[in-house]
Design a protein around this ligand. Structure first.
Ligand code: DQA
Length: 146
């Protein structure tokens, strides 16, 4: 199975960016350990990070070809982007939404997500571990559904 991990704007700054909220691990370190975990689950992992909404949308469209499952941290676009929602609705690939921080314990404008109600599941507040949890859930979902 093929799982695509998508990370949105400013997540390339992980490790440097507000470490008291987002932790000290870099995105490269998170993806590295996720890739190892994927191997042990017999999953091929692909990763894409962009700060640009249209690039995220284009990558989601491409995922309709060979991706079985998406794990996405849409970052700030979570709270703003009808376009990302529509992109995910335009393909037939299930996804889990991940946030490092607990968006519900932060500013009110972070409480709403344009994606949560169309997601297979949502994980937030578990730090980088949330990606690993999402990968476990994806593996379970794929084993059940194919
Ligand atoms: C985030 C939470 C968002 O509110 C924020 O804009 C981010 C990161 C998280 O992983 O906790 O950039 O998605």
């Amino acid at each position: 199975h093929n799982v695509l991990v998508i990370n949105g704007p400013n997540l390339n700054r992980l490790g440097l960016r507000q470490p008291h909220i987002y932790g000290s691990q870099t995105l490269d370190e998170i993806i590295e350990s996720l890739t190892q975990k994927a191997e042990s689950l017999n999953i091929a992992l692909d990763h894409f990070q962009s700060n640009a909404e249209h690039e995220l949308i284009d990558r989601i469209h491409q995922a309709s070809e060979k991706t079985d499952f998406i794990i996405i941290n849409p970052a700030a676009f979570t709270h703003t982007s009808v376009a990302l929602r529509d992109a995910l609705l335009s393909i037939d690939v299930p996804f889990i939404e991940v946030h490092l921080s607990n968006i519900h314990s932060r500013e009110p404008f972070r409480h709403h997500s344009y994606l949560s109600d169309i997601a297979e599941g949502v994980i937030c507040g578990c730090g980088p571990q949330g990606y690993a949890m999402a990968l476990d859930a994806a593996a379970h979902f794929l084993a059940q559904n194919n």
